[in-house]
Design a protein around this ligand. Structure first.
Ligand code: MN
Length: 259
């Protein structure tokens, strides 16, 4: 199996390398990621300036690695159309340090990168943890490995596009894995007016909205201490998803507890 790993936190992010290191145990891994933080760049692609790349010495041995002066989506397009010679079997974007829940997926660079995998006809995972710290990144990396194995053995279909979020708590405290849909709202944005000494400028500020009330949503699942898996494109198109079942989620959770 050959896996493309990317992210939106940039090539130096810890979540990227913990993910690459775990996936390397079961597959060939290529890392192509933005050269700097590109969080909240969504699905943006660069059409009006050159895309420069650099071959990088990887933090994990035997992982072919490139950094891209571009967006997360640019990185995946470059990887799939130019940089990676043999066929990619799976695209994994993450591990994002911070949640990608509810309507935030529309501005998420993590999900924007994953979308390109899906548009290229590949099974795709976006994976995030609900905190900026590094404490429980390993849980997410192990779950990514389990999902990759399910894809490799055709237990999951080849057209899946899953948005996975984990609560940042010890594995023993996680209650289970829920299949969810996107909550309607995760943040509200306000604009601060500030002054730099010469002129006025503006700064966007994000506020978490009130707790989720709908028990079918991703935000509710995370607040209750569950892992949330949202099948994404079916979600956007308001179609039921046949791609992942409750019984598979219970099986995955048992495997994760043993991993
Ligand atoms: Mn990010």
């Amino acid at each position: 199996m050959k896996i493309l790993v990317t992210n939106d936190d940039g090539i130096s992010a810890e979540g990227l390398w913990i993910l690459a290191k775990e996936l390397r145990k079961i597959a060939q891994v290529v890392v192509v990621a933005p050269d700097r933080e590109q969080s909240a760049t969504g699905t943006a692609v660069t059409l009006h300036q050159p895309l420069r790349i650099q071959r990088i010495t990887p933090s994990v041995p035997e992982v072919e690695t490139y950094s891209v002066e571009g967006t997360p989506a640019d990185s995946v397009i470059l990887a799939l159309d130019k940089l990676v010679k043999n066929k990619i079997d799976l695209v994994v974007s993450g591990i994002n340090q911070g949640p990608n829940l509810g309507d935030d997926v529309f501005i998420s660079g993590t999900v924007g990168a994953a979308l390109q995998g899906y548009l290229h006809g590949l099974p795709t995972l976006a994976i995030s943890i609900d905190a900026m710290d590094r404490l429980y990144l390993n849980n997410a990396a192990k779950l990514a490995v389990l999902l990759a194995k399910k894809i490799d053995s055709n237990i999951l279909p080849p057209n899946i596009f899953l948005n996975v979020n984990l609560p940042s708590i010890p594995l023993a405290k996680i209650r289970g894995i829920k299949i969810t849909r996107l909550a309607r709202k995760s943040h509200s944005d306000t604009v601060d007016e500030r002054y730099d000494g010469k002129r006025k400028y503006y700064w966007l500020v994000r506020h978490k909205v009130n707790k989720a009330t709908d028990s079918k949503t991703d935000i509710w699942a995370i607040e209750q201490g569950n892992i949330s898996i949202t099948p994404l494109l079916t979600n956007w198109l308001n179609k039921p998803s046949p791609s992942i079942t409750d019984s598979l989620c219970s099986e995955l959770f048992q495997e994760l507890l043993r991993a």
